[in-house]
Design a protein around this ligand. Structure first.
Ligand code: PEP
Ligand code: MG
Length: 360
């Protein structure tokens, strides 16, 4: 019917849209049904919260030594690998961008007294020791703390395990479906400095190349980064030297550029709307004057340093029509959004493409 006509029309005008954010095979299938042409952001942490895996995750977090950590990571590897296999199968050969673990680790630990006691028992440690561990992970500003690629700088074995899970899953799926064209895309989040990207990327490349060599298959993969810290936008030419793609994390980029919290700012921003200081929620529609200027600068610097760099957006703005028009105008290649926003995003992208063409 009309929906099908609309989808065909979007195909014809070749929307730049087009991926969707998905963490599970169910999300992926939903996105595909709405015409998404890949997954632009798989937030792997969502795979760790389910009951059968949270225990190994917690064991990893409370480890004192790399050896203990590796033991827990060995338990997580087959779980992640089978999750990624299911995701690749659901996407039937379309690209999937997997992001390395991003949130601060305290988010995975219990807070209630009873739960802490139970966990201590399960892990065979004293309640005092577990409480000390939890206290050591406390941060005053966790969103500006030990998260994103900083986790992999501290615990490279974590990035090693996640790389192994993605590449092995891809190899298994490729063996069953040799016609699937897409190559794995590995995304390193919250980068602010090219040397930290290079440090994590070296771990990723070393691990991936070893697995691929052992498989005897001819497999290419892409390593890219998220641009979500203002410093990274200013140094995007440097960063592009180590990145096959940039995905703008406009949620964090908005938070860090304005200097207010995406989780709390709603409570006072309403005063700003009423007084016409800000017209609208900058977490919903991109602030073109400020945050947008950084996106545009980083896109330009990135392209100057690496002509074929692939540029996209995976913050919530990727599903917002006014923001999509802006991203198209500054030359980004794709947007990624939640599955249910894919039809709106495709329509907005098609309209933006036509408007830009007519303006020429
Ligand atoms: C972002 O910051 O825009 C992003 C996509 O990552 P997250 O929302 O998971 O921090
Ligand atoms: Mg982010």
């Amino acid at each position: 019917g009309d929906f099908e006509k609309f989808m065909n029309w979007c195909d014809e005008v070749k929307t730049m849209t087009i991926r969707t954010n998905a963490d599970t095979p169910k999300d992926a299938k939903q996105g595909r049904a709405f015409g998404a042409e890949g997954i632009g952001l798989c937030r792997t942490e969502h795979m760790f919260f389910e009951s059968d895996r949270i225990k190994a995750m917690r064991e990893m977090i409370v480890s004192d030594t790399p050896e203990q950590r590796r033991k827990a990571l060995d338990k997580l590897l087959p779980i992640q690998r089978s999750d990624f296999e299911a995701l690749y199968e659901a996407m039937e050969g379309y690209p999937v961008t997997v992001r390395y673990l991003d949130p601060p680790l305290h988010e995975f630990l219990p807070t209630a007294k009873d739960d802490i006691e139970e966990l201590a028992k399960e892990l065979g440690m004293t309640v005092e020791k577990l409480n000390a561990k939890i206290a050591s992970l406390h941060e005053f500003n966790p969103m500006m703390g030990h998260r994103g690629c900083r986790l992999a700088v501290s615990y490279p074995e974590l990035a090693e395990m996640q790389t192994r899970a993605v590449i092995e899953a891809y190899i298994n799926v490729k063996k069953r479906n040799p016609e699937y064209p897409a190559a794995p895309e590995l995304m390193i989040p919250l980068v602010g400095e090219v040397k930290e990207l290079k440090y994590v990327k070296d771990v990723v490349v070393k691990t991936a190349d070893k697995i691929i060599a052992e498989s005897g298959m001819d497999i290419k993969y892409h390593v890219g980064t998220m641009i979500e810290i203002p410093r990274a936008t200013l140094l995007a030419d440097d960063i592009a030297k180590e990145a096959d793609f940039f995905s703008f994390g406009t949620n964090d980029l908005t938070q860090m550029t304005f200097g207010f919290s995406r989780d709390d700012a709603g409570s006072f921003l309403k005063d700003y709307y009423g007084k016409r200081i800000y017209e609208q929620d900058p977490f919903a529609t991109i602030d073109q004057n400020g945050v947008g200027k950084l996106v545009s600068l980083a896109a330009k610097l990135g392209r100057e340093a690496r002509k074929d760099i692939h540029l996209g957006v995976c913050g919530e703005h990727g599903g917002d029509p006014a923001s999509i028009e802006f991203f198209n105008a500054v030359g980004l290649d794709y947007v990624s959004c939640s599955p249910f926003r894919v039809p709106i995003a495709r329509l907005a992208a098609a309209q933006a493409a036509i408007k830009a063409k007519n303006a020429k």
